[in-house]
Ligand binder design. Sequence first.
Ligand SMILES: [Ca+2]
Length: 506
Amino acid sequence: MFRLKSLLLILAIGSGAMAAERPNIVFLFSDDQTIGAMGCYGNKEIITPNLDQLARDGVRFLNHYNTTSICMASRACVMTGLYEYRHGCNFGHGDLERRIFEASYTARLRKAGYFTGFVGKIGFEIQDEDFDVFDQEFDVFAGGPSQTSYNTAKNKRYARYAEQYPHASRACGAWGQDFIKTAKASGKPFCMSVSFKAPHMPFTPDPIDLKLYESVKIFKRPANFGVDNAAHLSPQSQTGRQAKIYRDWVNNYDETVRKYYALITGVDAAVGMIREGLEREGVAENTVIIFTSDNGYNSGSHGFGGKVLPYEEGSKSPLIIYDPRQPETQAGLVSEAVTANVDMAATIFALSGVAAPEELDGKDLLPLLSNPSARVRDALPLFNFWGPASCQSMAIVTPEWKYIHWYSEDKGMKTTDELFHLAKDRIEMKNVAGNPENADVLAKMQKAYDVELAAISSSFVPNHNYDAFGKVFGRSLLWDAKKDLVKAYSGRVQKDSSGKKPKKDK
Ligand SMILES: [Ca+2]
């Protein structure tokens, strides 16, 4: 009897302790960082000691894709766990509806008792509401509208750090340290989002970091660098701003990449400050850290600059997850599973124990922390619903293959299928779609494509200008039947992404 009572007591204490020890979550988010721009991803020129350490402590993901590879949409994908056509938020498509924001992990965790904080570039707004409404949506909010500024003094909600940290990246680190203190004092578990502006354009790094790269005169080019390495790609891929502007990535590579790397080194310094803060407050052992970025970046690969395109450099970002509660044997492991921006919300819901909304598009990645060789999906869709219609596309990626369908036949172009054998050709130099020995693979990828296409038609969010995509991305409808549909929406989606508030859909 005594033993039973003791057992029950132990069980009761155990479950109470578990409830009290919901982990803290720190979500660190850079802006426009491609997967290769970090030491732990094999880049020997960039200086990222703190991020490399985070990778040694946690699990590093090699195939992390942004399902829409542009700021506004991807940030909404991260927070909601939904594909863009289901959350409806992108340039030319509209702001995030209140009901969808309410289902985001930040909103739900707060309702469930988490102490929440946000600093930096949030990148979207809630439809028909002022930006300042975010002050009520977090326990501590230090975000800014549109692109925010590298000049700390110009970001009103954390301008107080300007004297000590005039550049925004380290200022965000200092804000993070203070938030950790405040959150600890609240007695609640916390969820902190640090959304760096870096390394987004304009490339104005902290002089402290730029100095570290002064002695390097010539930087290593990507293996598929320059326009000569684009001759085999679809003509459609050449019709966007990635091929027409951002020419410094091709013509002035060394000076451009020097600043880009220095901006990431500034983020790295802030990550170090935040980890120090967690240690100092004694909360590091119960704090899960996630580091990723909102889209990749074409740093001269195939002659492209910018993002958006479904090729590897533009769509893939680093992802590191460090859960200190995992056994030490898991430290430094690497996962080749295909993961996505939409997985962040599902993972954070799982970590926190807070119920996720039904039918998230994203997957919980926690099983990969204990078993990095596992998979969470067979295939992932990548979308571009923005910019010139001729450069829009949908793609399917698996650990081994990528299939891209370019539908536009504008200006004499022909519909183009691209198939890359990623396992053998990671830099996408051979389109093997026409190769008879790949016919079975192509058919399988097209089947997966058609499944994702049907999902657009059946579940797009109404009134956000996605109505036509289930048809125009289709593989069988002829261009003549698509032309008018394209014309109807394309005027509305050709907005720039300068951060100006997009006009409402007419
Ligand atoms: Ca971005």
